[in-house]
Design a protein around this ligand. Sequence first.
Ligand code: ZN
Length: 225
Amino acid sequence: MTASDCACEWVADSQARKDISDRMFRRSEKVLDIVEVGDPVLRKVARRLSPEEITAEATASLVRAMRTTMRRAPGVGLAAPQVGRGIALAVVEDTEELVSRTDSALVRLQERRVVPFQVLINPELEVDDEEEVEFYEGCLSLGNFRMLVRRHRSVWVRAADENGEVREIHATGWHARILQHEIDHLNGVLCIDRMTGRSLTTLANYTKHWSHLTSEEVRQALRAR
Ligand code: ZN
């Protein structure tokens, strides 16, 4: 066997190596059950974590399991109440693979970009500007439904990461939407509470009837206010 036959050699790229190790890691990693709408935990205000809890092994273990659960779903965000834990913790990630599955014209409209894995503990959200944008979104706790939701286009989030470091995140476009959606979860708020009336649709009907229209065209067709 020459050096070039060695199984580890052909994965020269560090990101590819990391992806493979992540996949191997996931095989042994716990996948959590995602709780669905109607579970009271989704309606409670999540408890903030103490500095000791933030850096505890139990929190690190929960973060790993939530990351695996989010990736398996797959989703771009997951809040602790969605796995039955009433604590102020959420994870977020938008990958190249997920972005590439979405129509490129919509990706541009949504200002959607790859977001590296982020852990948000005790997050606080501040609106950056008052401009709002309206797009269809869904939730892992709401089955295969989609609905129009107006959200701020640009926000600031201040949150601790898994090491207890407090970070300020400035987000626009789809990243800002994900953060608002996940932080809503920590306040017991679901996207159905904010949806444009009459816009609820199954994913299949969204694809069939609504995905090619702008939100304004959808509003007119639905006679939504
Ligand atoms: Zn959700």
